[in-house]
Design a protein around this ligand. Structure first.
Ligand code: NAD
Length: 260
């Protein structure tokens, strides 16, 4: 379905981004991986996706906190694959602290990586999409783009920002063959969430398995994690013909979290 399309997935060396990159590759897209990690491990991932799905895959190590590096990332995709057809803004970090104790440098980093990076990616990728009259932008927001939790001021502000940005870009691209949507996952068991489970286990003096159950039962009525593979399949759907008129939406995949 996506054969001949080039997709950038930011933050795709781990977790949700990796799941989405694999699903897009399975659907036939050439992939630009991005994210941090050990060079040999990244090369193994890159080659693995390339051989498993028979598509072109490159890795670009842009730091999504740095606009000049985001520009180089988009340019690398255009140079290697002749354009940019799909942009998945996924890179993200978390930091938790009460707002009056929130470290200023962590606030700046969360806003830069979780919100401003999407603005830069979109502004740089859109001319390529407009040139071909087709494009798909998928922003990975969060249940925290729709509701709040304590101690997550920067994350919740960034994710609400992403939901707003999604709507504006959808309006500005309506009728141009381009759509822009946000996916709002609840809990997904990735390294980002594992850190929060470990912190809860340590704080409460309970085993990690019990912390996992407690984390889920506090917020997610299904009491099951969403998987990166499920989010990958949703991203593929958003890139497909059935979703051509689906734009400006923020789609919760949260086991009922935001239905409460
Ligand atoms: P993760 O920690 O497993 O992966 C994050 C990825 O982003 C990694 O590839 C990492 O190298 C990359 N990254 C981090 N900082 C970067 C930077 N400055 N420049 C480039 N790459 C960078 O996290 P995840 O859970 O897969 O999260 C991915 C996205 O999904 C984030 O935006 C997160 O907010 C969102 N999300 C996650 C959950 C969840 O439960 N895991 C829920 C809702 C939303």
């Amino acid at each position: 379905m996506l054969k001949g399309k080039a997709a950038i997935v930011t933050g795709s060396t781990s977790g949700i981004g990796l799941g989405i990159a694999r699903s897009l590759a399975r659907a036939g897209a050439d992939i630009v991986l991005n994210g941090f990690g050990e060079a040999a491990a990244i090369e193994e991932l890159r080659r693995g996706i390339e051989t498993e799905f028979g598509v072109g895959v490159i890795h670009h190590g842009a730091d999504m906190a740095k606009p000049a590096e985001i520009e180089a990332l988009v340019a690398a995709c255009a140079e290697r694959f002749g354009g940019v057809d799909v942009l998945v803004n996924n890179a993200g970090i978390q930091h938790t602290a009460p707002v009056d104790q929130f470290p200023v440098d962590r606030w700046d980093a969360v806003i830069a990586i979780n919100l401003s990076s999407a603005f830069h990616g979109i502004r740089l990728a859109l001319p390529h999409m407009k040139a071909r009259g087709w494009g798909r932008i998928v922003n990975i927001a969060s249940a925290h783009g729709l509701v709040a939790s304590v101690n997550k001021s920067a994350y919740v502000a960034a994710k609400h920002g992403i939901v707003g940005l999604t709507k504006v870009v959808a309006l500005e691209t309506a009728g141009c063959g381009i759509t822009c949507n946000a996916i709002c996952p609840g809990w997904v068991l990735t390294p980002l969430v594992q850190k929060q489970i470990d912190a809860l286990a340590e704080r409460e003096g309970i085993p990690p398995q019990e912390a996992e159950v407690r984390l889920l039962s506090e917020k997610q009525p299904s009491r099951a994690f969403t998987t990166p593979e499920q989010l990958g399949e949703l991203a593929v759907f958003l890139c497909g013909p059935a979703a051509a008129n689906l734009t400006g939406a923020s789609l919760p995949v949260d086991g009922g979290w935001t239905a409460q």
